[in-house]
Design a protein. Structure first.
Length: 115
């Protein structure tokens, strides 16, 4: 006796070939408008985030976000298939690169604490 899961797996595997009956053209019923996905715009920032390599990063940081920002980041993940960890790592690195005065503040702090 096969379990329901086994029966479904077998049906999924054999469906494309066995259930094609010549002459039967059953089309799925379409109600109303059919939503087509708009073509994805390849923005330079999206390409930069996708190309960002964080595979060698091993240090973990626990960060708290407000619920709206966290929800937006999770929706970004669903919309672009770019991991939130990669997104945040890119954002922080980009922040430090575009605002070198932040690094200057850190360097001054380190010099003052070593004295």
């Amino acid at each position: 006796m096969k379990s329901l899961a086994d029966q479904l797996r077998e049906k999924l595997v054999t469906t494309p070939e066995k259930e094609k009956v010549p002459g039967s053209k059953k089309e799925p019923a379409v109600s109303g408008k059919v939503r087509e996905k708009p073509p994805k715009a390849t923005l330079p920032i999206m390409e930069a985030i996708a190309a960002f390599d964080n595979s060698q990063n091993k240090t973990m940081v626990h960060v708290r976000f407000d619920s709206k920002t966290a929800d937006t980041m999770n929706k970004f993940k669903m919309a672009t298939n770019i991991d939130v960890t990669k997104f945040v790592a890119f954002a922080v690195k980009n922040l430090f690169e575009t605002h070198p005065e932040l690094k200057t503040i850190i360097k001054q702090f380190i010099q003052n604490t070593e004295l």
